[in-house]
Ligand binder design. Structure first.
Ligand code: ADP
Ligand code: MG
Length: 297
């Protein structure tokens, strides 16, 4: 690339809030033939809200949420924040003093554990229950499948080593996601979704945004491994993400694109930052790079 072409493209990018960290990023972006999208916070709005609660034990809703919130208030995860916010609504008097949680443990990509009022409280996905030796009753499994089909995430709450209920959380897809994915297709760029969330929810979200190729239940290192596999098969891969858990994949990809509203770790790891946090700017970035290199060919 001529330095001038790179400079012009970088300048135009900056004026659109697309921060390109150097000529190499631009050169790689021009060759991209597939883009791996993180789900939560990238394809979805990333602000999950509690939409339903199913109690499976003889426990009142407030008590159930006191346990869940006491454990989750220690977590930074968006799902944890959704649960705490909902618990606050059940205590409108403003008394948001949850019982004290001891021995808090956060299991990345699975959930949290703590001891609350002398009871063991475990909040998270099926995997966390299994690894903690908590049996999942059929009723709970059925709720999970039902919720996943609706593109929601079912979070299991176990109190005293028994499943006490399931919290349903919804994180809607971004309104322009479908349009961006179909536009990329018209540019001969294939889209793939990768997520730590379960297969059911991931497939349902995939249907909403028009992505067929899905990789679910992926830990952060596995996200990076999938990117490397695609590269080994001869593809030039871009990764779009917002979270700490996306940073290994952002580094591995030929081009890492971070959502500006995402975590600092993701922004550091990326080659291109989408300052406006608008998915359409993925198209802007690819388009700019293609134009820059077309001119000098
Ligand atoms: P994503 O890749 O979609 O951002 P994560 O890898 O962060 O998802 O989490 C994967 C799954 O682990 C979540 O869908 C959820 O079921 C469970 N999980 C993670 N953290 C928590 C938490 N603090 N509370 C409850 N569940 C959690
Ligand atoms: Mg994310």
């Amino acid at each position: 690339a001529t330095p001038t072409a790179v400079m012009v493209a970088t300048g135009v990018g900056a004026s659109h809030g697309v921060l390109i960290k150097g000529g190499q990023a631009l050169e790689s972006a021009q060759k991209v033939d597939c883009i791996v999208f993180d789900k939560t916070g990238t394809l979805t709005i990333g602000k999950p809200v509690v939409v339903d609660t199913r109690l499976l034990k003889n426990m009142v809703l407030r008590e159930f949420y006191d346990y869940a919130a006491a454990a989750e208030v220690n977590s930074e995860h968006p799902l944890a924040k959704a649960i705490v916010e909902h618990a606050k609504k059940l205590r409108p008097e403003g008394n948001h003093m949850w019982p004290e949680a001891r021995e808090f443990i956060s299991v990345t990509g699975q959930g949290v554990k703590a001891e609350v009022s002398g009871k063991s409280v475990i909040v998270g996905n099926k995997g966390l229950m299994l690894s903690s030796g908590i049996g999942i009753p059929l009723e709970a499994s059925e709720i999970l499948v039902e919720e996943e089909g609706k593109a929601r995430t079912g979070i299991i709450v176990a109190v005293d080593r028994e499943v006490a209920g399931v919290i349903s959380v919804s994180d809607p897809t971004k309104p322009n996601a479908l349009q961006v994915i179909s536009y990329l297709k018209s540019m001969n760029v294939e889209s793939i979704m990768v997520t730590g969330d379960n297969w059911g929810t991931a497939n349902a979200i995939g249907r909403e945004v028009g992505i067929e190729k899905i990789i679910a239940e992926a830990k952060p290192e596995q996200k990076a491994e999938r990117v490397k596999e695609l590269q080994l098969s001869g593809r030039t891969v871009a990764m779009v993400g917002d979270g700490i858990n996306d940073s290994p994949a952002l580094v591995s990809a030929d081009v890492g694109l971070a959502i500006g509203a995402g975590t600092d770790v993701a922004i550091e790891a990326a080659d291109i930052v989408l300052m406006k946090s608008n998915l359409e700017d993925v198209v802007t970035a690819i388009d700019l790079s293609r134009k820059a290199f077309f001119r000098i060919r």
